[in-house]
Design a protein. Sequence first.
Length: 190
Amino acid sequence: MRTLISTAFVSLDGVVEAPGGEPGYRNSGWTFKDMEFVPEAFEIKGREQQEAAAMMMGRVSYEAFSPVWPDMADFADYKAMPKYVVSTTLTEDGLVSDWGETTILRSLDDVAALKETEGGPIVIHGSATLNRNLSDAGLIDRYHLLVFPLLLGGGKRLFSDTDKDTQKLKLVEHEAYSNGLQKNVFDVIR
């Protein structure tokens, strides 16, 4: 069974929208604006590329990342890695040709079936809606969270507000950095 890892830049109040400067959000670029860069805080991002066997995202994140990430040296390890896009609307002609093998999954059942296959961890990037749906369905196994010392108020959230049973997590790795950023890695307890 494969491990599904949600990785996110998240504000203290749970916002994950537009961390890298994506247009349309009033606090766009919150991960680097007025934030001292501390390289060691981002070590986990390189480790994720080394340890992951595949990458997953929703359609909106795919459409944002696919024109840029294939040519970025920072994401070189992801180029050859298999990618899975969870979408009911994306078609094969909407896939880019320079980013390696990409498979469209149409449902959470498809994600659950993928988890049952052989292979290494699958890391989920971006994809606020997908993350909420996967979490609510009990499909995420681990969270890699870089928590920024910011309160952003409105914006897309990592976790849903669905009324559900308590989901327990086990903190397996953590560190605080000089700029106030915190790394928290949680395993989902089943």
